[in-house]
Write a protein that binds this ligand. Sequence first.
Ligand code: HEM
Length: 543
Amino acid sequence: MGKEVESLWLFAFISKCQAFTEASIAWPILVMGVLAWLAMTLVFWAHPGGPAWGRHSWRNGKSSASSALAEKQIPGPRGFPLFGSMQLMASLAHHRIAAAAKACRAMRLMAFSLGETRVIVTCNPDVAKEILHSSVFSDRPVKESAYSLMFNRAIGFAPYGAYWRTLRRIANTHLFSPKQIKASEAQRCEIAAQMVAMFGDQHGKSFRAREIFKRASLNNMMCSVFGSKYRLDTSNSEVEELQRMVGEGYELLGLLNWSDHLPWLADFDAQKIRFRCSKLVPKVNRFVGGIIAQHRDDRNGENNYRDFVDVLLSLQGPERLSDTDMIAVLWEMIFRGTDTVAVLMEWILARMVLHPDVQSKVQEELDNVVGRSRHVAEADVAALVYLMAVVKEVLRLHPPGPLLSWARLAINDTMIDGYHVPKGTMAMVNMWAIARDPYVWEDPSEFMPERFMSNKEGLVDFSVLGSDLRLAPFGSGKRSCPGKSLGLTTVSFWVASLLHEYEWLPSDQTTGVDLSEVLRLSCEMANPLTAKLRPRRRTRLYD
Ligand code: HEM
């Protein structure tokens, strides 16, 4: 509120001047006011990191002029007056931020401004650990679209506190426990079989895999979350409606909303984000609310845990959620579980088409571990060490969340890498830059799954689940991804199945695989993978 007032003081000043319109004094005062405002804007802008840092420093300077903390400033680009470095967040933000950090010699820690928001970002694994493991950064910044879409009542955007802790506890003990993941194995097998059959229909033709991956992933989440089973090869109005809702939410959450950082724009809704959210939310409420009501009717007081809805309905005492909160949590699960898995699968198979030698090694391993007489079972995946090295290498070069999806927010003043970081600062980790840093990885731009098979860099048994910040595509610390084991299990099993059944070849229509990226909520292939398949097994037990 204070900030808005500060930004708008010029307008208030002009309106006051109307009282003097008759008097000849009005114009000089107005001109002086404009000049003073311009001078302040330039003073704020001149600060390392740009206007938001300058404003903070100026305010802080007033309260503690000789503060020693204020002396050591985090390096970073100034950007533009008022707007700061908003352009860094335009398309492929991870590339732009890494380039800016390099130019400012601020790979460890860089400051920049997004309008009135102070931001820090690191491209260094040690500093990333300091940020992600600090309890000060356990909150998420407020994002209007996330709040409008009810995500503030779901895990991802719930403010740090008792409610978020309850949700995390529910997620860890009920939704993503090893027992629950095991319980959904049959459904993943069924969907893998349907995918294999659908891809079989494409035999010899060039085709796009993305739509099938997205649909498979959505069907999988609908089964885990709502207990609803749909076939992959038949269209269904319910799935299509949900697919449209997920697509719209995905786009809205992925957009950079200017008014999140320039509060004086908030009333205008210039990008129509608020308007679109207000259209989407009633549809989500109707859809998910209807499924909850149906489950309630079917339960008849029995504790029958089939899916996430049943789990949430069975909670008692302080863990019990209201219907609105349940809708938010379930909708988020569908939302988060769908795109990440599909995006990662597309990157893996694109790399397999691009590197036939690596693909052959994976298939050789599959032949040794599984054999050609049967299809892959989920239990086989533990023995597919080379395949797991491939998955890790793809996560390194193409993390679905290159900036770890969602930023963190400092709930208190703190020190990071020897710099003072004030409360209210947004923090980001550029995992994409860390994973391609030549000081961290040997030959970082080479696709070499073998690096995870050799003990040279101590990478055998490397865990991507967040303990080593050289590669933590699921984040790390208190707010790391709760769905990581489920996501990894699904992706590795489905990829193993698809590579066991088919050789993936370049399509006839394209010159090769295009690895260009587009960053929405996740970082996807800009040009969807098109490929051709050659069956590898004579007897297809799936049929
Ligand atoms: C390949 C698959 C996936 C990737 C790469 C991925 C990545 C991420 C990342 C980077 C974060 C932010 C972590 C941080 O701030 O430290 C995150 C958070 C989250 N993910 Fe995932 N994720 C995946 C799958 C899933 C699945 C399958 C689900 C659920 C069905 C899920 C649910 C969530 C939720 C609820 C959060 C927010 C956690 C919080 O704020 O406490 N994710 N994920």
